[in-house]
Design a protein around this ligand. Structure first.
Ligand code: ZN
Length: 347
């Protein structure tokens, strides 16, 4: 979406929020239910953050407000199994399903006690390299590096760099520059870039491992009927950049690895990143071949009966740190933001 359309969308959202007109429109577009996608729930930090990381976090207080928001509006909080049943059987009351992508440790340490208190279900889609301790959380290492060092100096590929990090704008730019470098190299060279950037400062990826769930934690969650464990591939690569065989391997291996650890079938999957840039027709049909009941994207949208023919590409509504705003959640659960986005895309 270009800049003009984005500004127009923001203006439309602003008008709806201000006039409360969405309350009149809501019944026409609300659909049968909504799947929410969240990532992390953490207490607010007292220091400035890098936006790319803070935007995937909400606070425990906002999570409770969100749950109460849906309960007050008569929604039933359901599991992914129930979402599937609602499409294959009787539609029932409007529903909301909370899903958390990736498998960060707060899924058990912070999110679990909240849902346990309410006695409500939720789902966690796990990248299996997290509990296998093969993934490096370089995005959090990089945040700490640019917040603490000025400038950030490193040598890579025969070139010495000194990236300034004096102001907060510099820090954001430094984060983006080094992130772009990490994303631009082939996967087998990512380890070399990580070494080059972080080793001079004595930073060790192992110090960040505790932010990912362990297998013991995943098994603990899976043993509670309130929690559904879903697959989210092994490496969290952009599937569109892989061959058919690689995509199949990513999906099937993560499904089997989780099943072997938790001792039950894994019937739900979410596409890494999940926007149309990372998941399209080929990825949908390859995932569908793996025997899941539901497969979710981050395409914005609520659910209606027509989605029963598209269980391989269910839309979700993303709740991010930038959207700790219940009026905006109200617009989104009514399907109005999705509607406006579709309109803008056609314009
Ligand atoms: Zn993810």
């Amino acid at each position: 979406m270009n800049e003009i359309k984005h500004t127009l969308l923001k203006a439309c959202v602003g008008i709806l929020k201000y006039t409360k007109l969405h309350r009149l429109l809501c019944p026409f577009f609300v659909g049968n239910g909504v799947i929410l996608v969240l990532h992390r729930v953490l207490p607010e930090k007292s220091y400035p953050r890098i936006i790319a990381n803070s935007r995937i976090e909400i606070t425990p207080g906002f999570l409770e407000q969100l749950i109460e928001f849906f309960l007050k509006r008569g929604y039933e909080v359901v599991s992914l199994d129930t979402v599937y049943e609602r499409f294959t059987g009787a539609p029932g009351r409007p529903f909301v399903c909370f899903t958390f992508d990736d498998g960060y440790a707060d899924a058990v340490e912070i999110i679990y006690p909240v849902f346990k208190k309410f006695q409500l279900p939720y789902a966690v889609y796990v990248i299996t390299d997290f509990p296998d301790r093969k993934s490096i959380l370089w995005w959090y290492m990089l945040e700490d590096l640019v917040l603490e060092q000025d400038p950030v100096r490193f040598s890579y590929g025969g070139q010495d760099s000194a990236v300034p990090t004096t102001t907060s704008a510099d820090k954001e730019a430094a984060y983006d520059t080094i992130r772009a470098l990490l994303l631009s190299v082939p996967s087998e060279q990512v380890g070399d870039v990580i070494d080059a950037v972080f080793s001079p400062y004595g930073m060790n990826p192992r110090d960040y491992e505790d932010q990912q769930m362990s297998w013991d934690q995943i098994i603990e969650l899976a043993n509670d009927p309130l929690v559904t464990i879903g697959a989210h591939t092994v490496h969290h690569y952009n599937l569109k950049q892989l061959t058919d065989d690689q995509v199949r391997w990513e999906i099937e291996t993560s499904k089997k690895r989780l099943e072997e650890k938790i001792g039950r079938p894994v019937l739900h999957f979410s596409y890494p990143f999940g926007s149309p840039d990372e998941a399209g027709e080929r990825e949908f049909s390859l995932a569908a071949e793996c025997g899941f009941h539901t497969m979710t994207t981050v395409r914005e949208g609520t659910l209606s009966r027509v989605d029963r023919d598209h269980m391989d590409r269910l839309p979700r509504v993303e709740i991010t740190g930038r959207h700790q705003d219940l009026t905006l959640v109200d617009l989104r659960r009514c399907g109005l933001v999705a509607l406006m986005r579709k309109g803008m895309a056609r314009a």
